[in-house]
Ligand binder design. Structure first.
Ligand code: FE2
Length: 286
């Protein structure tokens, strides 16, 4: 019989400016290290005003991490140092493993006047920091939508619900990434593997994520669950609730983080920046 996870910490996302001047909300990031290990950062770039995002994220490097872009609305035009070009369209996911290094740009654009999505950073362990870069590009129609009795539906990007597995595979941190919607007053219980971290980020409505607390969490709030117990239980409020759920296996390694590059040691970080300056950053060009 699983025991229910309680909320260890609650956070509200904070407004920040990234890239060339994109106004976004950061759910968690550098200042919470290492609470969300194996995850490093979650940015919420849902926006109403085009001027908040059109400047985008021009050419910049990544090394040592994976960036996961999930679009609810609009699109992100993407191009990189390996010659890839394309869009992350509405409902689609780009799971990019930067590994030894990618230089890319990401430019959000509206579709029918709307744009909004999320970017999660997943850390790579020492053994995989310098792996070859790769992409898993997932079309919206390839993300399974699971409907459970009692008013629960979920998109499974990575991980498994009711025996249905998401399309993203072979990620070292063994993550789960779910987009879950509960109808008013519905309930949802999800097992967390022992020792794995679990967190939810509310993106609509309101709900209780801890049976011992009356308080409902609302849009742009985050709950980090305690690690001792094995399931997350959610009770939707009177208007229902929608949230992103993440879990993963903590890496428990030292973190040296400099902007878009995350290594284990300061020396590795300095080497990465030196290579970026002298033109030897990219190890794999195609
Ligand atoms: Fe990036």
């Amino acid at each position: 019989m699983p025991t229910t996870r309680t909320i260890a910490r609650k956070f509200s996302s904070r407004k920040t400016i990234e890239g060339a001047g994109v106004r976004l909300h950061r759910a968690f990031g550098y200042s919470q290290l290492p609470l969300f290990d194996p995850f490093l950062m979650l940015d919420d770039f849902r926006a109403e005003q085009p001027e908040d995002y059109l400047l985008g994220f021009p050419w910049h490097p990544h090394r040592g991490i994976e960036t996961v872009t999930y679009m609810l609305e609009g699109t992100v035009e993407h191009g990189d140092s390996m010659g890839h070009k394309g869009n992350v369209d509405t409902g689609c996911v780009q799971w990019m493993t930067a590994g030894s290094g990618i230089i890319h740009q990401e430019m959000p654009k509206p579709v029918d006047g709307r744009m909004g999505g999320f970017q999660l950073w997943v850390n790579l362990p020492r053994s995989h920091k310098m792996m070859d870069p790769r992409y898993q590009e997932i079309r919206a129609e390839d993300i399974p939508k699971v409907t459970l009795p009692g008013g629960v539906s979920a998109s499974v990007i990575c991980g498994k619900i009711a025996g249905v597995a998401g399309p993203v595979h072979d990620i070292v941190a063994d993550p789960e990434y779910l987009d879950v919607t509960l109808e008013p007053d519905a309930q949802f219980s999800h097992r967390v593997r022992p020792g794995y971290m679990a967190t939810v980020y509310v993106i609509g409505g309101r709900g209780r994520f801890d049976q011992h607390q009356k308080e409902e969490l609302t849009n742009r709030t985050l709950a980090l669950f305690s690690v001792e117990v094995t399931s997350v239980d959610v009770h939707a409020g009177s208007e229902g609730v929608r949230f992103l759920y993440f879990s993963g296996k903590p890496l428990r390694e030292p973190i040296a983080w400099g902007g878009p590059i995350v290594m284990n040691t300061e020396d590795e970080l300095q080497q990465a920046f030196a290579e970026y300056r002298n033109g030897t950053f990219i190890k794999k060009t195609s």
